[in-house]
Design a protein around this ligand. Structure first.
Ligand code: GLN
Length: 447
C-alpha cells in the first residue's frame, strides 16, 4: 500500500484521483493481512483497486466529478464495492471522470482534466479517464470504470490497457450513479486478462437490489482462461475502411488480422450498413435517459443548493444552473427535447426502433461468427482542449464503441503496442451475450 501511496504522490500532476482513501484503505489492508495469515483471505486478497467516482462506497464522498454532488457522502455501498470488500480487495481511492460519465476525454470533470501518463499534453480518454491513468501509472493494480458507450474501453485503449464492458445485465448497477440506465455497466480496467477475469468473476451475478441483473450462472472465468478453440471472426468492413480511422491503428489491426489467420482462426469481412445510425441512436437514447435520471438533482435531495432562491422554482433553476457543467446541461436539454410530446415519435421512438434493428443485425452476425472485430476509437489520444470546442466531433469519436452498448453485447479493448510516437494502439472484440468466458479466453491467447 505504501508503494501505491508513493506512486500517487509522484503522479499528482496527472490528476487521476479525486480522493485517496488513506484511512479506510489502511484499515482494510490490515484486516486482509490478518486473514492472509489465518488462511481465510478471499479471492482478491491484497488487490489494490481504485474506483471511478460514480460508484458509491458507504461513508465515503461520491461526486460523479460534478459540483452538483461536491461533498456528498454516500450512506450505502454499491453492490460492486460490497463484493470487492467481501473478497478482500483494498479500495485505495475514487478516480476522476467526466461529469456524470458524460464525455470521452475526461475534460468535462468539475475537478479538471486528467492527463495521459504516456504524454501529459494528451487526454487519457473518458469518461473513466482517472481509472485508466491510475492503472497506467501504477497508482493501483486495477480499477473499476463504468461503460455506457465506451467509457471503460476507450480510456483503456488510450492508455495501453485492457478494458472490459460486460454484457448488459451481467453486473449489478445498484449504487452506481446512473447516466443511461439501459446502457450503463461497470467494467474493469486492468493490465492483464487474468485480473479482468478475476474481477468479473467477483462482480458478476444476480443481485436482489437490481432486477436487471441476470441470474445466469457465473462461470469461473480464470479457470477457462487457457482453453480456446479456433474462432470465426467477422471484421466490420465499414469500420476498418472508415476514413476517420487513423492509418497507424488501421495497419496495426490489419497485421493482427493476418496474425489471427495464421493461428488458424477464420477471419472474414462483413458489411455493416448501420454504422451511420449508431451515434445518432446512441445520443438520442442516452440523453433521454440521462434527462430523466438527472432530474433527481433538484437542489433539495442531494448536494449543491443555491442559497438565494426565493421560491421553489427558483431553487430548482439556480441550483441546477450552478451545479451542472455545460456538457451535462446540453444533454439534459437534448434528452428533454427528444422526449417531449411533439417530438417523441420522431426521435425517441425512432431511435428505439433503430436500436432493435442494430441488435437484430448483430444477432444475425453471431449466427455465423463467434466474435466481431473492430477498432476501439478512430484516433490515438488527442491534445487536451482540441475536441472540446465542437461536441459533435467528440460524439463522433464514439462511433465504434457504442455498437455493443446499443446491442448489450460484451466487448473488450485490447492493446496492440505503440505507434511511431509512442502512443498506445488498440483493437476491439465483441462476443455473444453472456459469452465473456470465451471473450476472455480468446483475449488471453490473442495477447
Ligand atoms: N463518450 C460517450 C458519452 O459521452 C460514452 C460515455 C460513457 O460510456 N459513460 O456518452
Amino acid at each position: 500500500l505504501a508503494y501505491y501511496f508513493k506512486q500517487i504522490e509522484d503522479n499528482k500532476h496527472l490528476n487521476a484521483f479525486n480522493e485517496v482513501f488513506f484511512y479506510s484503505a489502511e484499515v482494510q489492508a490490515k484486516s486482509v493481512q490478518q486473514k492472509i495469515e489465518n488462511g481465510t483471505a478471499g479471492k482478491l486478497a491484497g488487490m489494490v483497486i481504485g474506483i471511478k467516482d460514480n460508484i458509491c462506497y458507504k461513508d465515503h464522498i461520491v461526486t460523479a466529478s460534478s459540483k452538483m454532488l461536491d461533498g456528498f457522502v454516500s450512506p450505502y455501498s454499491s453492490t460492486v464495492v460490497e463484493r470487492l470488500l467481501q473478497e478482500d480487495a483494498v479500495i485505495i481511492g475514487r478516480l476522476n471522470c467526466d461529469e456524470f460519465a458524460m464525455g470521452g476525454s475526461n475534460e468535462t470533470s468539475y475537478f479538471g482534466a486528467v492527463k495521459n501518463a504516456a504524454n501529459p499534453e494528451l487526454v487519457p480518454g473518458g469518461s473513466s479517464g482517472g481509472s485508466a491513468v491510475a492503472v497506467q501509472a501504477d497508482m493501483c493494480l486495477s480499477a473499476l470504470g463504468t461503460d455506457t458507450g465506451g467509457s471503460v474501453r476507450q480510456p483503456a485503449a488510450f492508455c495501453g490497457l485492457i478494458g472490459l464492458k460486460p454484457t448488459y445485465g451481467r453486473i449489478s448497477r445498484y449504487g452506481v450513479i446512473a447516466y443511461a440506465s439501459s446502457f450503463d455497466q461497470v467494467g474493469p480496467i486492468t493490465s492483464s486478462v487474468e485480473d479482468a477475469a478475476l474481477l468479473l468473476q467477483v462482480l458478476a451475478g444476480a443481485d436482489e437490489y437490481d432486477s436487471t441483473v441476470s441470474s445466469k450462472n457465473v462461470p469461473d472465468y480464470s479457470v477457462t482462461l487457457h482453453s480456446t478453440s479456433p474462432k470465426r471472426i467477422a471484421v466490420l468492413k465499414e469500420t476498418i475502411e472508415n476514413e476517420a480511422l487513423d492509418p497507424e491503428i488501421k495497419s496495426a489491426i490489419l497485421n493482427s488480422i493476418e496474425d489471427l489467420k495464421s493461428k488458424g482462426h477464420t477471419v472474414e469481412y462483413v458489411s455493416f450498413n448501420l454504422l451511420d445510425y449508431l451515434v445518432p441512436a446512441y445520443y438520442i437514447l442516452t440523453t433521454a435517459e440521462a434527462s430523466s435520471n438527472l432530474s433527481r438533482y433538484d437542489g433539495v435531495h442531494y448536494g449543491h443548493r443555491n442559497t438565494e432562491a426565493k421560491s421553489l422554482t427558483e431553487l430548482y433553476k439556480h441550483s441546477r444552473s450552478e451545479g451542472f457543467g455545460d456538457e451535462v446541461k446540453r444533454r439534459i436539454l437534448l434528452g428533454t427535447f427528444v422526449l417531449s410530446a411533439g417530438y417523441y415519435d420522431a426521435y425517441y421512438q425512432k431511435a428505439q426502433q433503430v436500436r432493435r434493428l442494430i441488435r437484430e443485425k448483430i444477432e444475425g452476425l453471431f449466427q455465423d461468427y463467434d466474435l466481431i472485430l473492430s477498432p476501439v476509437a478512430p484516433t490515438t489520444p488527442f491534445k487536451i482542449g482540441d475536441n472540446m470546442q465542437d461536441p459533435l466531433v467528440m460524439y463522433m469519436a464514439d462511433i465504434f464503441t457504442v455498437l455493443p452498448s446499443l446491442s448489450g453485447n460484451p466487448a473488450i479493448a485490447l492493446p496492440l503496442g505503440n505507434n511511431s510516437v509512442g502512443l498506445p494502439l488498440s483493437i476491439q472484440f465483441i462476443a455473444r451475450h453472456f459469452e465473456e468466458e470465451q471473450l476472455l479466453a480468446f483475449s488471453q491467447e490473442f495477447l
